[in-house]
Design a protein around this ligand. Structure first.
Ligand SMILES: CC(C)(COP(=O)(O)OP(=O)(O)OC[C@H]1O[C@@H](n2cnc3c(N)ncnc32)[C@H](O)[C@@H]1O)[C@@H](O)C(=O)NCCC(=O)NCCS
Ligand SMILES: Nc1ncnc2c1ncn2[C@@H]1O[C@H](COP(=O)(O)OP(=O)(O)OP(=O)(O)O)[C@@H](O)[C@H]1O
Length: 194
């Protein structure tokens, strides 16, 4: 079983994926793969330097993600360029992981699952959702300003549309215990469908 976990930024995708992992699924976090495997690749850093300069992708230091974010999230062409560079290596990493362990159950976090038409990778899609107030509060708590959070959220499909498109919805406005009980119910239901 391959679960695709999507949802609003900061709504709790990673938290749900970790709960799935604790319940025996293997987890892949697309943001972490981009950060740790894709943006660290020397050829990628060179491509980013050619596009946005050495203050974004220095020769002797890691890519400055805050500067890169500032360049792309207010410029649609720049965001498209970054996605064109980073998505193929991300998909190659997914493919290799799935190929190496074809019989395990997977929970894959994919922020842009519907935006990029990635449904066919997954047996089931799950949207993790919360109220806008809760979403912004959690993002602010993590140090992202309200303005930057809203700018990034505006580049994604609306949460309402993600809810409509997904097979299952986990509502994460309450306690962690409530979230855990929803994940337990969901996995029990999905396991009977296999
Ligand atoms: C711009 C970057 C460097 C900013 O890094 P940063 O550490 O600040 O954020 P991080 O990668 O942890 O992403 C946090 C959240 O931002 C949102 N986000 C990331 N990329 C995008 C994007 N292309 N479009 C809309 N929202 C995005 C997602 O909700 C994600 O969960 C980074 O997000 C990036 O390289 N993005 C492009 C790759 C991508 O499209 N990733 C999503 C693959 S499904
Ligand atoms: N039910 C909850 N109760 C309390 N805190 C929570 C709950 N769910 C998530 N959080 C916290 O909210 C923050 C955002 O959650 P998480 O990182 O799982 O979201 P995300 O959707 O993966 O975010 P991003 O889109 O930025 O990758 C984290 O600090 C997490 O610990």
């Amino acid at each position: 079983m391959i679960l695709g976990i999507t949802g609003g930024m900061g709504c709790g995708k990673s938290t749900v994926a970790r709960l799935c992992e604790q319940r025996g699924l293997r987890r892949l976090d697309s943001d972490a793969l981009i950060r740790e495997r894709v943006l660290t690749d020397p050829a990628m850093r060179e491509a980013l330097r050619a596009e946005w300069g050495a203050d974004v992708a220095p020769v002797d230091a890691p890519v400055n993600r805050a500067r890169l974010a500032a360049r792309v999230f207010d410029d649609e062409m720049a965001l498209a360029t970054l996605e064109r560079l980073t998505h193929p290596p991300l998909f190659a990493l997914w493919r290799a992981a799935l190929r190496d362990a074809p019989t395990v159950d997977w929970a894959i976090e994919v922020p842009l699952l519907f935006e990029k038409g990635l449904e066919n990778w997954f047996d089931f899609t799950v949207c993790v959702a919360s109220s806008p107030a809760q979403q912004l509060a959690r993002l602010e708590q993590r140090g992202l300003s309200r303005a930057l959070a809203e700018q990034r959220i505006s580049k994604q499909l609306s949460l309402a549309r993600k809810i409509e498109l997904s097979d299952h919805v986990v509502w994460n406005d309450g306690s962690l215990a409530f979230l855990e009980s929803q994940v337990d119910h969901l996995l029990a239901a999905l396991r009977t469908l296999r």
